[in-house]
Design a protein around this ligand. Structure first.
Ligand code: DX5
Ligand code: ZN
Length: 219
């Protein structure tokens, strides 16, 4: 069964705890935290302090997406803050095997994200060691963007890579997901849907969450 991971980047941070509880009650599975440093991406969001606030608001796993230039420097602080998954970008890490090993040594699950123009095949020599591949279906840095259509091809490539290597990573898709493209993303092979705007920027957060979860469950 695929999972739904609301991205709190799109929340009203003055009501963070209440909005996390809303999506949890409405069927969400994980909470996705977008960490941005203003260098790897042209935006700055939040750090471990806020991740810990999110952790204390829910029983759901915390899925931390590091869109930062030097992820090595932050692994421990995010894991201490409560991260269950830590995903780093392939584009900024020279020693990917070393950082994946470190994340797992620290007790979290390890993910690698690829930007829209980064081939999935760049992960073939790390794929067997990771718990999650994050396919960016928008250019990282901001919520509310449109889904990049060739992401469907990349999701299918990730499925093929997993089969070829007999790996068991989850395939997470992140950016521009809504009720209109959910089924095609599901059919392509997505295991974890990251959704921000289509949940938190709606008139009814609970209903939007339940609608997406039902689409995923009824497939
Ligand atoms: C963008 C983030 C995404 C984004 C998803 O850099 O990684 O998680 O917040 O939000 P929506 O659903 O608004 O595209
Ligand atoms: Zn993200």
């Amino acid at each position: 069964m695929a999972l739904l991971a609301p991205s709190i980047l799109a929340t009203d941070f003055s009501n963070l705890s209440q909005q996390i509880r809303l999506v949890e009650l409405a069927g969400a599975d994980w909470i996705h935290c977008d960490i941005m440093d203003g260098h790897f991406v042209p935006n700055i969001t939040f750090g471990p302090v806020l991740v810990n606030s999110a952790k204390r608001s829910t029983k759901m796993p915390i899925d931390v997406h590091l869109m930062v230039e030097k992820p090595d420097n932050y692994l421990e602080s995010f894991i201490i803050a409560g991260a269950n998954y830590i995903t780093v970008h392939q584009e900024v890490v020279i020693h990917l095997n070393r950082i994946i090993t470190r994340i797992k040594e620290l007790g979290a699950k390890a993910g690698v994200a690829v930007n829209p123009s980064t081939p999935v095949d760049f992960l073939q020599d790390i794929a067997e060691y990771i718990d999650l591949v994050l396919i960016m279906s928008v250019n990282p840095g901001f919520g509310g963007q449109s889904f990049i259509p060739n992401s469907l091809k990349k999701i299918k490539e990730a499925v093929k890579l997993r089969e070829k290597l007999k790996a068991n990573f989850l395939i997470e898709v992140d950016g521009g997901i809504d009720s209109h493209n959910t089924l095609s993303i599901l059919e392509a092979g997505c295991d974890v849907f990251v959704v921000g705007t289509s949940i938190f920027k709606t008139d009814n957060i609970s209903a939007a969450t339940t609608e997406l979860k039902n689409l995923i469950n009824d497939y």
